[in-house]
Design a protein around this ligand. Structure first.
Ligand SMILES: [Zn+2]
Length: 353
């Protein structure tokens, strides 16, 4: 089956991209939280393949190789630099395999190579910034080698680091998605506004520009509206699925909304005790619907994503996906059902249940 490119797909309608693999793989028991290194592509490749297949079944049109944090700097921190290239190549090969293996009658998905925030970028001391560029270059090289259809640069909180990522990605000639993740100060760490960063990324050739991670629907939407209005290119929106607030715009300092501090050994609920602050599927669906109505065609969920939420995003913008077969059906529920065979004493009891 022939495969359309990213821009063609976006021109025709919504394109769904699952992200947030770090949290989901940790939740499934294949990664250490805090350290957050995607060794899963080497240590449990079957778990990573299953994750991609689950998201694809739920409607993701893009299989993004799980190389987030799989860069030279992080591998140095954990003393496993020799595994850098094998990790990247394995993640890319798994993503490619799943992207090509779509269900019968469904167009093959796009495989995306991925680079992200290096965490050594520094606007005050630029000595390590050339190192960051080299890190990006080697990862983009492996992605091209392994047959990436597009490249995604994501979660940048320095404007200049995002520009550098885009510059390196563009050298490949592949379509480039670039998304930023401003922290709670609501400005990039090097002082550029969120909107100006996005405008600049468009000027520098980003095919899709937008935001991902750190922010939930409530604190991402106001910026998305400005971005959509100001840019001509396609715009991306991939929030986390946590109820961030004006007071706490990101998940880093989000307090437990039940006032509970006793169930986490860390200073904040991030990253292992955020569960009570999760958005429900309908909130995520509403966000996707609103974003799409504004003209944001590249949609997904970042940290906290699970396949059911990706299905919700897809369905909220009018798509039917393989997992739509299993959308909820309460009509035959033993208490809340409306089916004629549901026993009357159960229907009568439901308010006391
Ligand atoms: Zn994320």
């Amino acid at each position: 089956m022939s495969k359309k490119g990213l821009k063609e797909r976006l021109d025709q309608g919504p394109v769904i991209c699952a992200e947030g693999f770090l949290f989901e793989i940790e939740r499934r028991g294949y990664m250490s939280s805090g350290e957050f290194v995607p060794m899963v592509s080497l240590e449990h490749p079957e778990a990573l393949e299953n994750l991609h297949r689950d998201f694809q079944h739920a409607g993701s049109d893009i299989v993004e190789a799980f190389t987030y944090n799989g860069h030279r700097e992080k591998m140095r921190v954990i003393g496993k630099e020799e595994l850098l290239e094998p990790l990247n190549r394995s993640a890319l090969k798994i993503a490619k395999k799943v992207a090509l293996d779509t269900p019968k009658g469904i167009e093959p998905n796009l495989m995306a190579g991925n680079i992200s925030n290096s965490n050594i970028w520094n606007d005050k001391d630029t000595s390590s910034n050339t190192e960051v560029e080299k890190m990006f270059s080697e990862m983009v090289g492996w992605a091209v080698d392994e047959g990436a259809d597009i490249l995604i640069g994501e979660t940048f909180y320095y404007a200049e680091e995002a520009y550098t990522a885009l510059k390196v990605m563009k050298q490949s000639g592949l379509p480039c998605v670039i998304t930023i993740a401003p922290m709670g100060e609501n400005i990039m760490r090097d002082g550029v506004s969120i909107l100006d960063t996005c405008k600049e990324l468009e000027q520098r050739g980003g095919d899709v520009v937008g935001m991902n991670c750190f922010r939930g629907p409530n604190t991402m939407m106001p910026y998305l509206k400005e971005i959509r209005k100001a840019l001509k290119c396609h715009v991306a929106a991939l929030p986390i699925n946590y109820r961030t607030t004006k007071e706490h715009p990101t998940f880093f300092n989000l307090p437990d909304n039940n006032g509970c501090t006793c169930h986490t050994p860390h200073r904040t609920p991030f990253p292992t005790a955020l569960d009570p602050m999760q958005c429900n599927r309908y909130e995520i669906g509403e966000f996707a619907k609103e974003a799409f109505s504004l003209g944001v065609n590249y949609l997904g969920v970042c940290c906290g994503a699970n396949p059911m939420l990706i299905r919700e995003v897809a369905e909220a913008v009018g798509l039917t996906v393989p997992a739509s077969k299993y959308r909820e059906d309460m009509s035959s529920h033993f208490l809340f059902g409306t089916h004629e065979r549901i026993a009357q004493h159960q229907k009568d009891y439901k308010s006391k249940a």
